[in-house]
Design a protein. Sequence first.
Length: 187
Amino acid sequence: MLISLEDVRQAYHLTYPKLTAIIVSGTYEKPNAMAVSWHTHLSFNPPLYGVSISPKRYTYELINRYGDFSVNFMPFGMAEVVWLTGSYSGREVNKFEKFRLMKLRARKITAPIIAQCLAALECKVVDKFVTGDHVFFVGEIVHAWVREDTILDKKRALLSPDKAQQVYYLGEGIFLTIDAKTERKFE
Ligand SMILES: Cc1cc2nc3c(=O)[nH]c(=O)nc-3n(C[C@H](O)[C@H](O)[C@H](O)COP(=O)(O)O)c2cc1C
């Protein structure tokens, strides 16, 4: 039996669990990290990636100031760090120091990437839209990184599900990852 939600504002939960990443903004010297679940690919050519950020976040300020950000996909062993970057503001704490994130200089943007990531996208902001109480930043992917041992095929960058144990967020502080045993292949 299908039931109706009492409050449609809770409907966003119905699309979870979501692959959750850490957005890094700011500079190599003063980077900031924040958890994001609302992010998506938008175009193959040019390669565009969108992230929805509330103007309340320090990250919002930094992306506007420097015009770029990195999207960092973390191993499941670091799910708690993902949670913590989404629970504190960079206005109050240095999240790189406090949560032992290591930074690497990006190739083509001001913001660094996270050294412990499975994969990272370097994005330059090419557009932004106000979408209700969030702002949707459209970034062009100008460089991408992946941990060599997590992909099946370098040309297609296809991830190996048992090696790339990514972080998924269900809501209310609950995280999970993919069970490779559920894999099915269709020809
Ligand atoms: C799992 C998780 C996912 C989140 N996803 C988003 C998101 O997509 N957009 C957003 O604006 N805030 C999101 N947040 C909230 C921010 O990460 C949080 O407010 C953070 O403390 C902001 O940090 P900052 O002030 O240093 O930028 C999320 C939080 C968590 C825990």
